[in-house]
Design a protein around this ligand. Structure first.
Ligand code: ADP
Length: 496
């Protein structure tokens, strides 16, 4: 296959920037396919070309297959990278790209259908004898049948949308008397969010860890794994902090889970980057699902292995990425990623939008920042609130935790609230430090909003000065920004 001259990016924010950087490494030009509001973004400023594909509403722009294809062709691209979210796991989009003569940078539409669909994937895994969470994935969707299946599995159970994702549309049912209401509400939610009311039911594992394996299928069809990540720190089933490798795996478990991950990927004839997710409880692992795309938390794998997964995705699509088993690397040191959300940690995480003031991600050894917005950009209410990711690497897990806390304390975001103070609390918690956290860690220890710190007089002066500067007014107070000033108030202020 020939080398790409120009790749279109069907995404936004930090992942669009990440893809542009990988293209730059390979000397490939980029076309950013963006919505009307995303002209205020780092990706917009970095891309070689930009094509507006529609208004802010995702259905009319980022989720609109025809608009993305037209935009890519108009921008002179030969391939499309879908990033994650939006159309990245949409088999129809992969197919539409093929039809239009564009290379979809990801697995084939067939592989997406086989593995990306949760129910199909479970059927495939069952046939291959892989361990699954006990449950019901059948076609029969009458409420009486679903209730009977839930009772048979034994409470607590979890109901999920068959076409779902992103932690949405899931309901935990602890007793039969709630089953009807919760299953019906899951069906309604599934229909409105994913266009299909189909649900399935699983036994709820109440002290599980979320462990996943990065898989990769090269241009020749060889499938390998790039080791594991642990993502047990979740709020409402969505990951907040991820790390590589997991502190919870023995060598034997790592080997067996890695083999299972490769086996399922091989069954789907997988090409490119993907992730096989598992739950681990009491030393037993269960396949949860396969994500047929690049994962938000891919940087922690890159940090411990010294690989560039996005570059490898592009090379695979060009037909020139061939994995050499002799070159297989072993993970080195430890890496942690924190997702930075524009939300108010003192009000339980309500979204926080507005114009960014001063934003500073200070450089240092073993630090990496993936961000999509800079000083003066507008954080709008239309999209996911994740505005950046902070990633650290150090020789050991304790050192990586220490480094992450320090880095977060030194990072500055003015203009919107962020979850930075919340992340610092989580990273300092005994259970996280010990590596014993389960997926219920947040709901157990961080149910309530964290208390808002009182600002000292000096801190108030600094905030005031920074706000004046951001507004273009004169700076009336001059105060040194020393280490001691890097307290959690940094994301306290908004209203610029
Ligand atoms: P999504 O595709 O929406 O992300 P997943 O099936 O990957 O949904 O699950 C997301 C998270 O929800 C998991 O990481 C886990 O914390 C929780 N979860 C899902 N299924 C179960 C289960 N059967 N038991 C316990 N927790 C579960």
């Amino acid at each position: 296959m020939k080398k790409f001259k120009r790749i279109a990016i069907a995404n936004r924010g930090e992942v669009a920037v990440r893809i542009i950087k990988a293209c730059e490494e390979l000397g490939i030009e980029t076309v950013l396919l963006h919505s009307e509001v995303d002209i205020q973004s780092r990706a917009y400023r970095m891309a070689t070309k930009t094509v507006c594909i529609g208004p802010a509403e995702t259905a009319k722009s980022y989720l609109n297959i025809a608009a993305n294809i037209e935009g890519a062709l108009a921008g002179g691209a030969e391939a499309i990278h879908p990033g994650f979210g939006f159309l990245s796991e949409n088999a129809d989009f992969a197919e539409a790209c093929d039809k239009a003569g564009l290379v979809f940078i990801g697995p084939s539409a067939k592989a997406i259908r086989a593995l990306g669909d949760k129910v199909h994937c479970k059927e495939l895994a069952k046939k291959a004898g892989l361990p699954l969470v006990p449950g019901y994935e059948g076609e029969q969707q009458e409420i009486s049948r679903l209730m009977a299946e839930a009772e048979k599995i034994g409470f607590p159970v979890i109901v999920k949308a068959a076409a779902g994702g992103g932690g949405r549309g899931m309901k935990l049912i602890t007793q039969m008397s709630d089953a009807r209401e919760l299953i019906e509400s899951a069906q309604r939610e599934a229909l409105s969010a994913f266009g299909s009311a189909k649900v399935f039911i699983e036994k709820y594992l109440d002290r599980a860890k979320h462990i996943e394996f990065q898989i990769f299928g090269d241009s020749t069809g060889q499938v390998v794994h790039f080791f594991d990540r642990e993502c047990s720190v979740q709020r409402r089933h969505q990951k907040i902090i991820e790390e590589a490798t997991s502190p919870s795996l023995t060598d034997d478990l790592r080997r067996r889970m890695g083999e299972a991950a490769v086996a399922i990927a091989q069954l789907g004839k997988y090409k490119g980057a993907g992730t096989v997710e598992f739950l681990l409880q009491d030393g037993e692992f269960y396949l949860l699902e396969v994500n047929t795309r690049l994962q938000v938390e891919h940087p922690v794998t890159e940090m411990v292995l010294g690989v560039d997964l996005v570059k490898a995705q592009i090379l695979t699509a060009q037909g020139e990425f061939v994995f050499n088993p002799q070159q297989m690397r072993v993970p080195h040191g430890h890496s942690i990623e924190c997702r930075i959300y524009a939300e108010n940690p003192y009000l339980g995480g309500v979204p926080s939008t507005g114009k960014l003031g001063k934003v500073d991600w200070p450089e240092g050894p073993g630090r990496r920042y993936e961000y999509g917005f800079e000083d003066g950009d507008e954080i709008t209410p239309f999209y996911d609130p994740m505005i950046a990711k902070v990633i650290v690497w150090d020789e050991s897990r304790p050192r990586a935790i220490q480094k992450m806390i320090r880095v977060l304390k030194e990072s500055t975001v003015f203009g919107v609230h962020t979850n930075i103070p919340y992340l610092i609390e989580i990273l300092s918690h005994k259970e996280f430090v010990n590596g014993t956290m389960t997926t219920r860690f947040i709901e157990t220890y961080f149910k309530d909003p964290i208390p808002q710190p009182e600002l000292s007089e000096v801190e108030k002066q600094i905030v005031e000065a920074a706000l004046k500067q951001a507004r273009g007014g004169a700076v009336t107070a001059t105060v040194g920004l020393g280490q001691e000033m890097n307290s959690p108030w940094q994301s306290y202020w908004r209203g610029i």
